[in-house]
Ligand binder design. Structure first.
Ligand SMILES: NC(=O)c1ccc[n+]([C@@H]2O[C@H](COP(=O)([O-])OP(=O)(O)OC[C@H]3O[C@@H](n4cnc5c(N)ncnc54)[C@H](OP(=O)(O)O)[C@@H]3O)[C@@H](O)[C@H]2O)c1
Length: 308
């Protein structure tokens, strides 16, 4: 590991390229370039965006005059996986980001209706042309990852961006061991489970607050640090203010010790979703999922915990 001012760097797959272990997520990010810029200046020189997020222009503003130092990861949406559409999508992302290359291009989620050879052929062309440095995927299972790698040929798929946090450990069964064994970095999304209150619901004995008092770190820092303590994992929390983004940067440059990790593992309730559950998550439309989350939030804590 190497260090910047406050954020530890981790190697991206086995590329020899090092990226901050805590980056900045931008889904539902609405605060403009300034808070992002503060995070970059604090060392989180890794921003995750997507053509579907609407945040690429703010990211572009925030990285201006810092471009060479920032690792930019964006995503192409599944409806644009045909080669011609993918090329057009990437050109549009580059324009919105105000750059002539992205560091990581990720397929946002699998699209079984479009042949993966067609998609990966276009990704390989973009790498050869220097518009994309590395190829990644997101929400891919082991089998989907293997098929994508086969289709991409000589270039490696360096990352799989998936949901991973203290209370949702689904990937630990199969995907995480596979990624570790095959040098694919796991980029953990929703490392705060989309809001600390959801994690607290699963922490009936207050383990996180206990560790927060013991270490002097904030609850968000404890939760994100748990993520990056898992080998082969980097995390991209999202904050809509400089205060949250800077707090999240402080999740790096230190480590929970083995005893503290064991305490979290023992006392915070977590789940590993089965295949049926994962399919429902993948195919239920986003707005319906958001509605379900809002409904859950008004239930009493004990009930909320059962459904999450
Ligand atoms: N590839 C995919 O399919 C996929 C799916 C989901 C997410 N992602 C990526 O992963 C990123 C992170 O996931 P996410 O945005 O869903 O959820 P998240 O990072 O787990 O949680 C975000 C929530 O936590 C709050 N928060 C942030 N920092 C905090 C702090 N220091 N203290 C207390 N609360 C804090 C935020 O509040 P405020 O907003 O008020 O600051 C927001 O409500 C996304 O932005 C996106 O880049 C990718």
């Amino acid at each position: 590991m190497r260090r910047t001012t406050t954020v530890i760097l981790a190697e991206l797959a086995n590329t020899g390229v090092f990226i901050p272990e805590v980056g900045i997520g931008t889904w539902e990010y609405h605060a403009g370039p300034q808070p992002l810029r503060k995070g970059l200046e604090a060392g989180a020189l890794f921003v995750d965006t997507a053509e579907s997020y609407g945040s690429e222009p703010a990211v572009g503003e925030a990285i201006r005059d810092l471009r060479e130092r920032v690792f930019i990861a964006t995503k192409v949406s599944p409806q644009n996986f045909r080669s011609a559409d993918l090329r057009r999508s990437v050109e549009a992302s580059l324009k919105r980001l105000g750059t002539d290359f992205v560091d990581l291009l990720q397929l946002h989620e699998p699209n079984p209706t479009i042949p993966i050879d067609d998609t990966m052929g276009a990704v390989a062309e973009l790498i050869t042309a220097g518009k994309v440095k590395f190829a990644g995927v997101s929400n891919f299972s082991v089998a989907q990852l293997q098929a994508a790698q086969k289709a991409l040929g000589g270039f490696p798929i360096v990352s799989n961006q998936v949901r991973y946090n203290l209370i949702d450990r689904t990937i630990e069964t199969e995907l995480l061991p596979y990624c570790r064994a095959n040098h694919v970095t796991v980029i953990a999304y929703c490392p705060l489970a989309r809001g600390l209150s959801r994690i607290r619901d699963c922490d009936p004995t207050g383990a996180i607050d206990e560790l927060s008092r013991e270490t002097g770190k904030s609850p968000a820092q404890i939760v994100i640090n748990w993520c990056v303590c898992q080998s082969g994992v980097v995390a991209i929390p999202k904050g809509n203010s400089a205060e949250h983004i800077l707090d999240n940067c402080g999740a790096s440059d230190w480590r929970l010790n083995q005893e503290q990790l064991a305490l979290l593992n023992d006392r915070v309730q977590h789940r590993r979703r089965n295949r049926f559950d994962q399919l429902v998550r993948q195919w239920v439309p986003g707005p319906l999922q958001s509605l379900a989350v809002q409904t859950l939030n008004v239930l009493p804590r004990g009930l909320r915990r059962r459904f999450r």
